[in-house]
Design a protein around this ligand. Structure first.
Ligand SMILES: NC(=O)c1ccc[n+]([C@@H]2O[C@H](COP(=O)([O-])OP(=O)(O)OC[C@H]3O[C@@H](n4cnc5c(N)ncnc54)[C@H](OP(=O)(O)O)[C@@H]3O)[C@@H](O)[C@H]2O)c1
Length: 307
């Protein structure tokens, strides 16, 4: 089986290249080999390489920059998934895609289910939602994993930014009223592997006319660790754990200050409530998702060992 993974240099894509290697031959075009902003190049690549499964981890993820580059964000977050979904539908293959808690309006304090009303607050969330809708409308077989607050031992993310700042600053203000679950890219890739295992074991996997696999329904699934935290508490946990593992920090924990979102203005508005209801993914795939604290400990250890 040929598996096309887009965005393989990103946080999630990097981990997918490892977690999906058991299922077939992984195709990972670099940006130089395939510019995903170019629809003709994408068509040509699909025609030549004929993937049996597409896993789209490419996205325009610069949430604030998206406010001034909406067309670029729309191409990668909406048009690209739509194009991949159209191909998947025509060939009867599955498309695995990733989406975001930013498609929800962030109101209230209960977890959003997959059928909760959407209402993105910015261009990034809006274009991610348009991508999800385009995939669903295409008629292809798909899994969309909506996840939150992605981080990993690689790439640009909150964990690495906090540790860098803690080496050079002696005080730090961190937003304390946005609540969600930080999700390691490796967890996303692990769950994707479980899902792909189910997909490829479907009897009708290669049948173009079949709309569904008998064990997995096409659809949106929320994916994050269990539990919830704020960016402020997450930062405190990072510093505490890093110090316990011997990392020297210039920053005293008592000098990490909780602030409201309003005191940290950004071009894109962020949702205060990023909680995701995980019942559907756990029951469909037979998972018992781990806590964000356990996942942080694993990811931090990995990061400190490699840095
Ligand atoms: N990051 C988060 O906090 C977060 C939260 C919720 C959901 N998600 C979703 O999770 C998924 C994975 O996110 P991530 O954090 O792993 O993203 P990421 O680290 O920003 O990676 C994005 C990937 O897309 C590639 N890419 C961008 N433009 C491209 C182009 N024109 N041609 C070829 N490749 C291009 C990047 O390549 P280069 O390395 O060459 O730039 C990179 O490999 C996305 O769907 C995202 O929306 C992320």
């Amino acid at each position: 089986m040929n598996i096309l993974i887009t965005g393989s240099t990103g946080q999630v894509g990097y981990e997918l290249c490892r977690s999906l290697a058991l299922f077939g031959q992984i195709k990972v075009p670099t940006r130089q080999e395939l510019d995903l902003e170019d629809p003709l190049a994408v068509d040509e690549y699909l025609k030549i390489h004929k993937p049996d499964l597409i896993v789209n981890a490419c996205a325009y993820t610069a949430v604030d920059r998206a406010e001034s580059e909406p067309e670029k964000a729309r191409r990668l977050n909406m048009e690209l998934p739509a194009q991949l979904a159209e191909y998947a539908h025509a060939k009867g293959i599955w498309l695995v895609h990733y989406s975001s808690d930013y498609v929800y309006p962030g109101i209230g304090d209960t977890p959003f289910s997959e059928v909760a009303p959407t209402g993105p607050l910015g261009v990034y969330g809006k274009t991610k939602l348009e991508g999800d809708e385009a995939i669903a409308a295409s008629g292809c077989r798909y899994l969309i994993f909506r996840t939150s607050w992605v981080y990993s031992a690689r790439g640009n993310n909150f964990l690495k930014t906090m540790l860098r700042l803690a080496e050079v600053k002696n005080s730090l203000n961190v937003v304390a009223d946005q609540i969600g679950a930080p999700t390691p890219a490796r967890l996303i890739a692990g769950v994707t592997a479980v899902a792909v295992c189910k997909i490829v074991s479907c009897r009708n996997y290669r049948e173009v006319q079949e709309a569904e696999c008998e064990t997995v329904a096409s659809g949106i699934y929320h994916l994050s660790p269990t539990g919830e935290t704020s960016w402020y508490d997450f930062a405190q946990s990072i510093f505490r754990l890093a110090a316990a593992k011997g990392k020297i920090l210039a920053l005293e924990l008592s000098n990490v200050n909780p602030i409201p979102t309003g005191d940290y203005p950004t071009p894109a508005k962020r949702p205060l409530n990023s909680r995701l209801d995980l019942k559907k993914i756990q029951s469909t795939f037979g998972l018992s998702l781990p806590s964000w604290q356990d996942q942080l400990a694993l990811t931090l250890t990995e990061y400190l060992e490699k840095s």
